[in-house]
Structures are given as structure tokens and as C-alpha cells.
Design a protein around this ligand. Structure first.
Ligand SMILES: NC(=O)c1ccc[n+]([C@@H]2O[C@H](COP(=O)([O-])OP(=O)(O)OC[C@H]3O[C@@H](n4cnc5c(N)ncnc54)[C@H](OP(=O)(O)O)[C@@H]3O)[C@@H](O)[C@H]2O)c1
Length: 280
């Protein structure tokens, strides 16, 4: 993996073992931060975590980051899943973004299609999470109107951090009862059947889940975009073409005025581009 943007240092590294000039305040070439970012090599999870750190948040602040993968022709899935258009490095970035988040917000269809499991506690992020006052793994928060979820799955029965379900006030009573019987916390985040995207963000933040990550799917992401609450998009551009009629990364109603984002960084590995954009 190498950094393409911002271009910070393309100077060849000093030869290892060579005496270094004793310049006060100058870090040795091997020190973190002096590693050549344009150099093509495997990044450690720690480096990835550094590169994708959430911004400092105000006491009452929250940050919603999206993480999606798209082919060159805009497909967000192939045969109903994102795995065929992803890569090992994409999964490392995916894992890193989870490792930094308080909560992963995801649409019920993605949970059903991708067979979501609870987030794992990973040693690579443990110290960082402890220092940030975070639990061992992010909570998963599933957005659903139907509550058509299998509450006997490990996602609900065996998470390290309890999985939340976000739904509307008109959720089916029998499904609410099933969730209650399984000990699943249900958060009302909308009047009627649907969840209000902006309210979902607030409800999670009110529970201390302020570093938020959404993994889509497209129908849910489109609502965060439309509500103007998506702060950042980490988009992996996969060097693949699929044609066909796959969804793109954000669906739903179109915006009257396109939302413009600012490019923060681009990493590259094996033709995959790992882009990061923020609201300007
Ligand atoms: N390329 C990527 O990065 C990426 C990421 C994620 C997923 N995907 C792919 O995208 C596909 C699934 O995405 P999708 O867009 O069809 O579905 P989705 O956004 O994951 O889930 C849609 C479902 O979420 C619930 N939902 C969404 N908005 C809601 C609201 N405002 N209020 C209440 N419930 C709401 C509803 O669940 P109920 O039906 O239970 O009411 C709805 O059917 C899969 O093929 C998956 O592989 C790709």
C-alpha cells in the first residue's frame, strides 16, 4: 500500500545502518511519521489506524463516517454481496475503521444478505480503544422497520457489546416482543414505521456512541446523505467492472443540490484506491 494523496514525502529513504546527521529535533528515518508514505509496502494496522483516526470531537460532538466499496462502473455489490468487489487490503481498512468506531450502523438488508456477526475485539486496536475510553469492540446498530431479524443469531446472542436495533415507533409489536425476549435493546428513532436518519445519529450519540461508522447498505447510506448527516466517506474504488444493474453505493431520492465533499487522502494497493472524503 502507498499513499498517493496528500503527497508528503517522496524522498528515497536513507540507507539503513548509515550514520545519521545529529540534527536536534529531527526524527531518525525509521521513526513513525518519517516512514515514506509514497513507498509501496504493507501498512501495519497501527499505521492504518493512525491514518483513519476520527477527528477530535467536541464534548457533545459526533462524527458519522461511511465506508463503502464500489467498482469502477459504480456497482456496490456483485451477486448480492460486496465481497466479490473487495480485496484483502480493503478488508484490513474495513477492520481498521471498525477498530476505531464506537458503533457500526447498518441497514437490515445488509445484515441479512451479508450474514452479519458481532464485531470482534482485536488486539491491534485494544490499547487505542482503552485510551479513547471505548469498549473492546464497536456495537452494531441495525436499522429496520420490519424488525424481520433473527434474534437467535450470534449478532444478538453473543456480542461483546450489546447489539442495538433502531426502528420506528410503529414497529410490529410481535417483533418488539421477540426482541425483548432475546434481551435486545430497541431504540425508537422515528415516528411511524421508518427511522429518521438524523434522529438515529442523535440517539446513538446520546448513548455515548459518538464515533459512528455506517457500512451501508446503499438504501441506508442514501438517507444519511439526504439528511445531511454524513460527515465523511471512506470509499474504496475497486479496479473492476461488472456492468449489470447492481445498486450503487447510495440510493433513494436524489438531492436537489449535489453535496460536494473535500478529498482528504488516497491510498493505493494493487489498483484499489482507498479514498477518504469529508464534508467541506
Ligand atoms: N459496496 C458496499 O460497500 C456495500 C455495503 C453494504 C451493503 N452492500 C450491499 O448492498 C446490499 C444491501 O443494501 P440495501 O441498500 O439493499 O439495504 P440496506 O440499506 O442494507 O438495508 C435496507 C433495509 O434497512 C432498513 N431500513 C433502511 N432505511 C430505513 C429507515 N429509514 N427506517 C427503517 N428501516 C430502514 C429496512 O429494513 P427492513 O426491511 O428490515 O425494514 C430496509 O429494508 C447487499 O447486496 C450488500 O451486499 C454493499
Amino acid at each position: 500500500m502507498r499513499r498517493l494523496f496528500p503527497v508528503t514525502d517522496q524522498t528515497p529513504p536513507a540507507v539503513t545502518g548509515q550514520a545519521q546527521p545529529a540534527v536536534t529535533g529531527q526524527a531518525p528515518p525509521s521513526a513513525p511519521g518519517r516512514t515514506l508514505s509514497g513507498e509501496d509496502r504493507e501498512w501495519s494496522l497501527d499505521e492504518l489506524a493512525e491514518a483513519y483516526a476520527y477527528p477530535e470531537l467536541a464534548a457533545d460532538g459526533h462524527w458519522l463516517r461511511g465506508n463503502m466499496v464500489s467498482t469502477l462502473d459504480g456497482a456496490a455489490q456483485h451477486d448480492g454481496r460486496s465481497q466479490p468487489i473487495s480485496s484483502d487490503t480493503d478488508m484490513r481498512v474495513f477492520g481498521t475503521l471498525r477498530g476505531l468506531a464506537d458503533v457500526v450502523v447498518v441497514g437490515a438488508e445488509t445484515v441479512r444478505q451479508e450474514g452479519y456477526r458481532p464485531a470482534r475485539a482485536r488486539e491491534a486496536f485494544a490499547a487505542r480503544r482503552r485510551a479513547a475510553g471505548q469498549g473492546p469492540a464497536p456495537a452494531i446498530a441495525v436499522v429496520t422497520a420490519s424488525m424481520d431479524l433473527d434474534f437467535s443469531l450470534p449478532l444478538f446472542t453473543a456480542p461483546l457489546v450489546p447489539t442495538l436495533v433502531l426502528t420506528g415507533s410503529a414497529a410490529p409489536p410481535e417483533r418488539l416482543a421477540a426482541a425483548a425476549a432475546a434481551g435486545v435493546e430497541v431504540v425508537t428513532a422515528g415516528e411511524g414505521a421508518a427511522v429518521d436518519a438524523a434522529r438515529a445519529v442523535r440517539e446513538l450519540a446520546d448513548r455515548g456512541l459518538r464515533r459512528q461508522l455506517t457500512e451501508g447498505g446503499p438504501r441506508l447510506l442514501g438517507q444519511f446523505v439526504a439528511a445531511g448527516v454524513l460527515d465523511e466517506l471512506c470509499l474504496t474504488v475497486s479496479p473492476m467492472l461488472t456492468a449489470g444493474d447492481a445498486q450503487r453505493i447510495a440510493g433513494g431520492g436524489r438531492l436537489e443540490v449535489p453535496t460536494r465533499l473535500r478529498l482528504v487522502s488516497v491510498l493505493e494497493e494493487a489498483g484499489f484506491l482507498f479514498t477518504r472524503y469529508r464534508r467541506s
